[in-house]
Design a protein around this ligand. Sequence first.
Ligand code: ATP
Ligand code: MG
Length: 558
Amino acid sequence: MYKGYMEDKKRINFIEEIIENDLTNNKNEGRVHTRFPPEPNGYLHIGHAKSICLNFTLAQKYSGKCNLRFDDTNPSKEEQEYVNSIQKDVKWLGFDWDDRLFFASDYFDRLYEFAVELIKKDKAYVCGLTAEQIKEYRGTLTEPGRMSPYRNRSTEENLVLFERMRNGEFRDGECVLRAKIDMSSSNMNMRDPVIYRIAHQSHHRTKDKWCIYPMYDFTHGLCDALEGITHSICTLEFENHRPLYNWFLEQLDVPCHPQQIEFGRLNLSYTVLSKRKLQQLVSEKIVDGWNDPLMPTISGLRRRGYTPESIRNFCERIGVAKFFSIVDLALLEYFIREDLNKRAKRVMAVLDPLKLVIENYPEDKEEEFDADNNPEDRSAGTRKIKFSKVLYIEREDFMENAPKKYFRLSPGREVRLKHAYYVTCTGAVKDAEGTIVEVRCTYDPASRGGGTDDGRKVKSTLHWVSEKHMIKADVRLYEPLFKDRDPSSSKDKNDLHKLINKDAVKTVDAYLEPSLKDAQVSDRFQFLRKGYFCLDKTSTPDKLVFNRTVTLKDSYQP
Ligand code: ATP
Ligand code: MG
């Protein structure tokens, strides 16, 4: 039993409060057992991460357990590829289900027995209405439903028909098994919900063993009970399903009665987190697969350069509540920036190169300077960087006719080249169209290493790379994929193509310091003054590809 909970009583959320009350009252013999129940019909996204962190962390905090259970009751949309990716992502986030990996399909035999038990208790019947009729008979929020003409079939007849459903004697949709509850309930979910449907479809695990499949509401609570789950945490849209969740557990002989608790799902600005829409982005090739760095999937964020720690910290910070909200994308970015600031090696990379020639530097001379790898972490050590007469700087770091407040290079102004020398601009060279193609300057040998003894100050420090030593790379700069802050309530919400920011990724030819040639896929760096970047898996020895994880600055403070 968890002992330390009195200390942090003040900071606990409403779910922890429920759990701690249960522990105090020795409900469930002091056990805490949660589960994360994904449907394997897509890749996990950052919203799932919230649920994963919540369920696994609660189990850890209260010395309990958390199961991973695939809710695989819909064979038409589910695939092994998703099962694999989900397991990989949960592990990558840093969680472990030990030997408790389950599938709802593992329980199909027992669920069938439960359905038979309901029929025997006169709590379920085989209904021959069509799907449209069932919908029509169900009534509305203001009108009660009508009873199905099949509602009073005898138990014997129902048992025979249900078995015939199982044996494949009916076509899809010809009949269903329904719970017999209350057609005039104010809760629509209680108006004789369907609990088994016919689908002559092969299942990714049970293959052709079944042609009837249990519905989610029936399956979920019973699986929870069979696994000894104590707290079944789900999102708010299931609040109205809770009476049904409880009803099944009350009718049937189950080993325990878990408590369903709902919380508000994560919504993120400039992002969609509906699996159906994410699926559409993939199938319509609006993005390049589920792990496109533009995707809010765990695999997309991983490829983008996010760390598991940053996602876990984000989930902890947003907490759980019982209401709808939209979290700012900037908050997620804050957490990856904070994490990479501590761990990413600093390097110099020029994303929009402009040539800089040092007129008074000897033609063939080369020098080496020591550069610190991370000022936030001295143990990261230093590296050597090479300097020579011809360098590249960012185009935006030079202005021919600069306003007073512009402190970077312009004719007559002096700046520091990071780790190297002070240079003073002497002019610029233009091509026939008037575009600046080269900046010229002189250097001060007395400023070697980036400073002087005479107390002279320069107002800015520029990053640079040496033409003779640099390597080239493709660098992908990302913006949010959606134009709207809240795409799901936009007037174009049903037309993904209209919602998409078509310029969400821009690839530039960048020049990098040579130390980057040893970078490995997934290595993360801070490109000085430019942001955090991660080496992409599409890199080849001839062409490195970096993804911008996040820019360096944002006004957001959590
Ligand atoms: P969708 O509605 O997009 O199809 P889903 O919720 O049905 O997604 P599941 O695979 O069933 O997807 O979700 C597994 C678990 O993750 C569920 O417990 C669900 O409540 C939770 N979950 C899904 N999306 C979010 C979210 N945005 N925020 C928090 N939890 C979520
Ligand atoms: Mg679901």
